[in-house]
Design a protein around this ligand. Structure first.
Ligand code: PLP
Length: 402
């Protein structure tokens, strides 16, 4: 057998990993599995916003040729305006790169920024896109702790203790996947200060910035640190239900010129694939103006709000489960009290839950969280489906109590 590249040794995408493969195998045998593994709202009956449908229909001919390597001008203008509205200063359309999802933007940026052996500070828990890209570019992810006892805010002391002469950047995922946390302004200012004092580039993954609940306000860290080089990532996958379109972007901000070398590197990588998917770029101007369809989901009566409520209320009835309420996105990262059940590991719990109740959840280890036993629930099905799934969890845990 021909072996695969050693660069893949530590790469793991558990949301589509062995548990998911097992769920597919079970489905192949006719078992109905409730798959709560990926944040893919279109799979759970969330409709495509009309604004997006119309923009696509109206402009489709414009997407026939390859477009600008950075992305279509109209779309980049609107992205620029959006981020200026969120507080980024001094940015121009040429500071924006539109990519095939935040996923591709992350890959390009990391390859341009992180050299062999260089370190990047990543949150634990972490969305594995980022650690995987660190491995692939020959860099070294160094995990800093987010604190469940402080509403999952990053532990800034831990961040400070992990900086070395090789540290080049720090990633902030806010709002967070998998915890649903929205970071406080104070913590963001502290992280900005750490970056400033240690010459780190801030990477800000803010793809959930429009999916905020409970009247909280999202602060863009790049806006709080205009003097620090920063790359902010965002996209339409979640807010406009278009995960399959592959529509994301990154914006360079901070002192002009400081990130030029990295931008040139990104330009080389972007040029290799000629341009991003032009079809998705057509919808960006309409989508970023249409905040209403997103907003409707996150207020009382809206799907995301009610699904979160149903999930948390059902979990409140389960002995051995605790959680920090999710404030944004559609993820919850509850804790399972390992002293109360007969599982060998959190992975064993997830596999048995899949086999016995046909519900797929992803263990915290898949998000580089090893401190205690957690798992991520994707709260995208309708409230009654989630209530039933959590009832199944309650029954299942009763069978495994020691
Ligand atoms: N960043 C975070 C925090 C995510 O949760 C996801 C997808 O779940 C992505 C990036 C990937 O987004 P995209 O669909 O734009 O590639």
């Amino acid at each position: 057998m021909i072996s695969c590249s050693d660069r893949l040794e530590f790469v793991h995408s558990d949301i589509r990993g062995p548990l998911y493969q097992e769920a597919l195998r079970m489905e192949g045998e006719g078992v109905n599995v409730l798959k709560l593994n990926t944040g893919n709202p279109g799979r759970f009956g969330f409709p495509l916003p009309n604004s997006v449908r119309q923009a696509l229909a109206l402009h489709i001919d414009e997407a026939v040729p390859y477009c600008d390597v950075r992305g279509m001008r109209d779309a980049r203008n609107v992205i620029c305006t959006y981020h200026i509205g969120r507080g980024l200063q001094g940015i121009l359309p040429n500071d924006v790169f539109i990519c095939n999802g935040v996923s591709e933007a992350a890959s390009m940026l990391m390859n341009a920024l992180i050299g062999t052996g260089e370190e990047i500070l990543l949150p634990s828990p972490n969305y594995s896109l980022w650690s995987n890209n660190a491995y692939l570019c020959g860099g070294q992810p160094v995990f800093y702790r987010c604190d469940p006892n402080n509403a999952w805010n990053p532990d800034t002391e831990d961040i400070r203790s992990k900086i070395t002469p090789r540290t080049k950047a720090i990633l902030v995922i806010n709002p967070n996947n998998p915890t649903g946390a929205v970071y406080s302004r104070e913590i963001l200012l502290e992280i900005a200060d750490i970056a400033r004092k240690n010459h780190l580039v801030i990477l800000a993954d803010e793809i959930y910035d429009r999916l905020i609940m409970d009247g909280l306000r999202h602060e863009s860290i790049g806006a709080l640190a205009p003097d620090v080089p920063c790359v902010t990532f965002n996209g339409l996958s979640k807010s406009h239900i278009v995960c399959g379109f592959r529509c994301g972007w990154m914006v360079f901000s901070g002192p002009r010129g400081e990130l030029d070398d990295i931008k040139n590197g990104v330009m080389k990588l972007a040029s290799m694939r000629l341009c991003g998917n032009a079809l998705t770029q057509l919808v960006i101007p309409a989508a970023l103006v249409d905040s209403q369809s997103t907003q409707e989901m996150v207020v009382p009566g809206g799907r995301l709000y009610e699904q979160r409520k149903a999930t948390m209320e059902a979990l409140d009835r389960i002995d051995g489960i605790s959680y920090v309420p999710s404030r944004a996105s559609f993820y919850l990262f509850p804790r399972l009290d390992e002293t109360k059940f007969d599982f060998e590991s959190v992975g064993d719990f997830a596999m048995k839950f899949l086999h016995e109740q046909h519900v797929l959840v992803i263990p915290g280890t898949g998000f580089d969280w090893h401190e205690d036993w957690r798992f991520r629930i994707v709260m995208l099905p309708e409230p009654d489906v989630l209530t039933k799934a959590m009832g199944d969890l309650q029954y299942f845990l009763k069978q495994h109590r020691i």
